[in-house]
Design a protein around this ligand. Structure first.
Ligand SMILES: O=C[C@H](O)COP(=O)(O)O
Length: 264
């Protein structure tokens, strides 16, 4: 069975006290609700990565830790930026790249994201590449082309070995956040299928099948299981519904009950 990836980004939320409290709740609940086939991960703000990764290690929790962004350069005069090597020292093993909030608010381009992907891999970090169509692109019926293009540029130049270290998250811009409308499982499934086909065409069928494709955008405890029933959805990238650790554990529990226990 392929792993089911279930993770959250806290975005610009949670000072250290709240980060620690989230980890404490996770430690109390996660071991009782998780199956080994589920791969949990959490992406705190930079300031809390070390605290969270140490907590997971000390409490032997199987939850990976990541960062929300990085700079592609090795070092230098880049005031306010953080390199892949610096992130690796914090205990992060994942790095989220190209979230639509970064593309929109910080003008990140596909080409810049590609450079970051290469730099992350050079330093042993697994890139979690986010791609997504805007509401206009959806209305113009160019969603597939848009996200396939974004993904192909982000992964350009990777070897087979490198691409197998990469995760891709489809996060429609119109589905994210407070005013977002979640994609239906069918809508998300259709786009994931197009992404999978593009991965198979670009990197070979076997490799393309093994790259984890996650869905994100207003995921909650009510729609999580249905989304995961789509063939090409290998995981969920959750925002608000997982900022409360109990909300996150509820989703993990539902997924465990639906997929894992039923298979026994
Ligand atoms: O990083 C997570 C995504 O942007 C989704 O956020 P959301 O679940 O709050 O819509």
């Amino acid at each position: 069975m392929k792993p089911i990836w279930l993770g959250t980004s806290w975005k610009m939320n949670k000072p250290l006290s709240e980060a620690r409290a989230w980890c404490e709740t996770l430690a109390q609940r996660l071991p009782d609700v998780i199956h080994p086939a589920i791969q949990p991960f959490v992406i705190p703000p930079f300031t809390a990565i070390q605290l969270v990764s140490r907590y997971m290690q000390q409490h032997q929790l199987p939850c990976l830790t990541g960062a929300q962004n990085m700079h592609e350069a090795e070092n230098g005069a880049w005031t306010g930026e953080i390199s892949a090597a610096m992130l690796a020292e914090t205990g992060a093993t994942l790095v989220e790249l190209g979230h639509s909030e970064r593309r929109g608010a910080f003008n990140e381009t596909d080409a810049a994201i590609n450079k970051k992907v290469h730099s992350a891999l050079r330093h042993g970090l697994r890139p979690l590449v986010c791609i997504g169509d805007s509401a206009d692109e959806k209305r113009w019926q160019v969603s597939r082309e848009t996200v396939v293009r974004q993904m192909k540029i982000a992964l350009h130049g990777l070897s087979e070995q490198q691409v197998l270290q990469t995760l891709v998250a489809y996060e429609p811009v119109w589905a994210i956040g407070e005013h977002g409308i979640p994609a239906t499982p069918e809508q998300a499934g259709e786009i994931h299928h197009a992404l999978r086909q593009a991965l198979c065409e670009t990197f070979g069928v076997e490799t393309g099948q093994r790259i984890p494709l996650l869905y994100g955008g207003s995921v909650n405890r009510l729609n999580a299981v249905e989304l995961l029933h789509q063939d090409d959805i290998d995981g969920l990238f959750i925002g608000r519904a997982a900022w409360d650790a109990n909300g996150y554990c509820d989703i993990v529990q539902r997924v465990t009950q639906e997929f894992i226990l039923q298979a026994q």
